[in-house]
Design a protein around this ligand. Structure first.
Ligand code: ZN
Ligand code: ZN
Length: 451
């Protein structure tokens, strides 16, 4: 039987000094369930037997191929020394990997990585690497020259071998190719190990029980955060925000570098957020701690906020939840309670109230970007549905209105009309200016909630 593979192997190792792994890797896509090191060793053993057989028959010289004497192949030099005691193992490094795949190098790098990972808490990891281009190019050239078509890449072998070693040492974590907690990159160009800790995402809900607190930190409009006379050198327009109450203790506990607050929509500064609260995701960059005690953090946040806000932390989540909050669920229905003041007194009869409720229930509102947010939002018309509209009369100049509407509807403008930019609106309907004097969000619906 003429063996194509054995011929290729022979040709390769007579010209290139290969460690077992680098030889085996050129045939890495043949057979699974065995390391390249084992593959390479098996091939060398086969050729060594061929050599010994012909030596016994014809007394040939020691083999030409230095790979059969490589330092990671002791069967090789021990067998050859039986016939040629002066022959020494070949100490040069592997022509392909420069000994980066030697057991010793892999063990050393694994130890260094474990040391670097010491200060991180993680339950999943991934190994990456950067090799000097000349090493990668050399392997490509060799594959071309010797027509090697079953090869695996050097990087993927390196990553897997280090990954296996790390996994053996780290019992609490698994390899995760999609969203690992940490990525360990072996930079063999600059001889360093880099750890990237992926963000931690925490899902919760908040209630805002006091008016006058913005959802997010709001930088001073004059100095944009540097601190100036206008903002009393705080850099902020408001001293407190829902975001800061929540993020400060969590950022500290997670030992992260920064945080981002993602709310499922937002209420106005002067509106309270009641009911079961509004969902949010807090994103912590480069955390070193991930197993946080949510109960303790909750009480710390709620204690600091002293009744102004209240937080319930639900669970760890992923970036996809942020996208969901920002897109799909921001359209989820919201329930509002608004106290409305009327410019001229109106003696509304029960039947008239019912007619207004009827007129504003289950209708589509065309809303041009409100004048008050025009400075930060594009001017465009959007349609949002009002699902239900219920009125409780306080007196001839004040009403309480309960509105359930699609997320993104501007409730204050639905009432005032915003100089005709919202159609239809309550002011035009009543022929007197109506304004919202108090606003509370009373429910943020889940997509599953029935309305
Ligand atoms: Zn090698
Ligand atoms: Zn300022």
């Amino acid at each position: 039987m003429e063996s194509k593979i054995l011929r290729q192997v022979q040709n390769l190792i007579e010209n290139v000094h290969c460690c077992n792994s680098c030889l085996g890797r050129q045939f890495g896509n043949l057979l699974s369930g065995l390391s390249n090191n084992k593959r390479g060793e098996a091939m060398k053993i086969m050729l060594l037997m061929e050599w010994e057989n012909s030596h016994r028959l014809t007394k040939v010289k020691p083999p030409k191929a230095s790979s059969l004497l490589s330092k990671d192949f002791n069967i090789g030099y021990v067998s050859i020394q039986r016939f040629f005691p002066d022959v020494l193992p070949c100490n040069s490094s592997c022509d392909i990997c420069q000994d980066n795949l030697s057991a010793q190098q892999l063990d050393t790098l694994t130890d260094d990585a474990l040391q670097a990972l010491n200060e991180y808490e993680f339950s999943s990891f991934l190994v990456g690497s950067q090799f000097p281009p000349n090493i990668i190019d050399k392997e490509d050239t060799i594959r071309g020259t010797y027509n090697l078509e079953f090869g695996e890449s050097l990087k993927s072998e390196f990553n897997r071998e280090i990954g296996k070693r790390l996994q053996n040492q780290i019992n609490h974590a698994i390899v995760d190719f999609k969203i690992p907690d940490v990525v360990v990159t072996f930079d063999l160009i600059n001889n360093m190990i880099r750890i990237k800790s992926n963000p931690l995402f925490i899902l919760g809900r908040y209630r805002k029980l006091e008016r006058g607190i913005p959802q997010s930190k709001w930088f001073c409009r004059k100095c944009r955060g540097k601190g100036c006379e206008y903002c009393n050198f705080t850099g902020k327009m408001y001293q407190e925000s829902v975001e800061e109450f929540i993020s400060k203790p969590i950022l500290l506990a997670a030992k992260g570098t920064s945080s981002k607050f993602h709310g499922s929509g937002r209420e106005d500064i002067d509106a309270r957020m009641l009911g079961t609260g509004r969902p949010f995701v807090l994103e912590i960059s480069e955390p070193k701690r991930r197993n946080l005690n949510f109960e303790e953090l909750e009480s710390e946040i709620n204690g600091n906020a002293d009744g102004k806000i209240e937080v319930k932390i639900e669970e760890r989540t992923t970036r996809s939840k942020v996208r969901e909050l920002k897109t799909r669920s921001s359209r989820n229905a919201k329930g509002y309670r608004a106290v409305i003041s009327l410019e001229s007194p109106l003696e509304l009869e029960k039947s008239e109230i019912m007619a207004i409720e009827e007129a504003f229930s289950d209708i589509l509102i065309e809303q041009q970007t409100p004048l008050r947010v025009l400075h930060r939002r594009a001017d465009k018309v959007r349609s949002r549905k009002v699902i239900s509209f219920q009125i409780e009369k306080i007196d001839s100049q004040q009403l309480t209105v309960y509105i359930v509407c699609e997320g993104g509807l501007y409730v204050k403008e639905l009432i005032s009309g915003d100089e005709g930019r919202t159609q239809p609106n309550l002011s035009e309907h009543l022929s007197t200016t109506a304004i919202v004097s108090q606003l509370d969000v009373v429910k943020v619906f889940n997509s599953k909630d029935s309305l």
